[in-house]
Design a protein around this ligand. Structure first.
Ligand code: 13P
Length: 263
């Protein structure tokens, strides 16, 4: 029996700081739209372009079922916070925000406390949130993945409640698997996603935790996506590099819809 939180898979396309050109961003959306539209019955897709392209991408997506999100936001609503963007500003055209991506944790020094504040701000503003967690390679090699991920989940969800569960997604992204071409062994991903569900149950109660979706991310591509989306307890994937190639991402959507269509 599948034990996913929803009947549809969720595929989130994190474009990171790409493409540099706004026209290319629009072309990329146009390139993936037919495959996503063909799969809407079994796959929910959210695109996460860089901030400057959100508006242009939103225009292209208007009237489609494809969702839009930002890759980060601040926890305050407005004020003297130079360079920051608040969830209230994103609310008009985004449904989603990613918080706590490892690139922000590692490169920019974001802490669990900051991630917890951001997650709460996103939810308070009526948006859905993808909270990213994952161990570093050293932790993985030392057999400390469970300990690290448990601590990150507990701390990052410190301000979340059972009421948030249907708008709360946790992406398990082992840092060593991101952009490395070394995707995690599905067995390791499965065990860690099972652990995440257990920790979330302890935090917000088993009933609410069942509505929380858990994704895998880290070197997902068209050739390996099936090995994750077919896992019990996996609700979909957070895709980085492969989401920048229209044909590759279209294949990822197709493979996922085939797995979910057979359920
Ligand atoms: P890659 O798919 O490029 O490994 O990136 C994963 C990721 O960080 C998505 O948020």
């Amino acid at each position: 029996m599948p034990q996913q939180a929803t009947e549809k898979a969720l595929l989130a396309a994190n474009w990171k700081m790409n493409p540099v050109d706004g026209g290319e961003a629009v072309d990329l959306v146009r390139g993936v739209m037919p495959a996503i539209t063909a799969a809407t019955e079994s796959v929910e897709v959210a695109l996460f372009p860089p901030f400057p392209w959100l508006l242009g991408v939103a225009e292209v997506l208007e009237g489609s079922s494809i969702e839009l999100g930002a890759q980060d936001c601040f926890w305050e609503i407005s004020g003297a916070y130079t360079g920051e963007v608040s969830p209230a500003m994103l609310k008009g055209w985004c449904q989603w925000v990613i918080v706590g991506h490892s690139e922000r944790r590692v490169i920019l020094g974001e802490t669990d406390d900051m991630v917890a504040r951001k997650a709460a701000a996103v939810l308070t503003n009526g948006l859905s949130v993808i909270v990213c967690v994952g161990e570093l390679e050293d932790h993985y090699d030392a057999g400390r993945s469970d300990e690290i991920v448990t601590a990150q989940v507990k701390a990052s969800l410190a301000n979340c409640s059972a009421d948030d569960s249907s708008r709360l997604v946790i992406a398990y992204e082992p840092v060593w698997a991101i952009g490395s071409g070394k995707n995690a062994d599905p067995e390791h991903a499965y065990k860690t996603m099972r652990l995440i569900r257990r920790v979330v149950s302890e935090l917000i109660g088993a009933g609410a935790a069942r509505k929380v979706r858990v994704l895998y991310g880290g070197s997902v591509n068209a050739a390996n996506v099936e090995s994750y989306v077919e896992l019990p307890l996996c609700d979909g994937c957070l895709v980085g590099g492969a989401s920048l190639k229209a044909e590759e991402f279209a294949k990822i959507v197709k493979v996922t819809s085939e797995v979910y269509g057979h359920r």
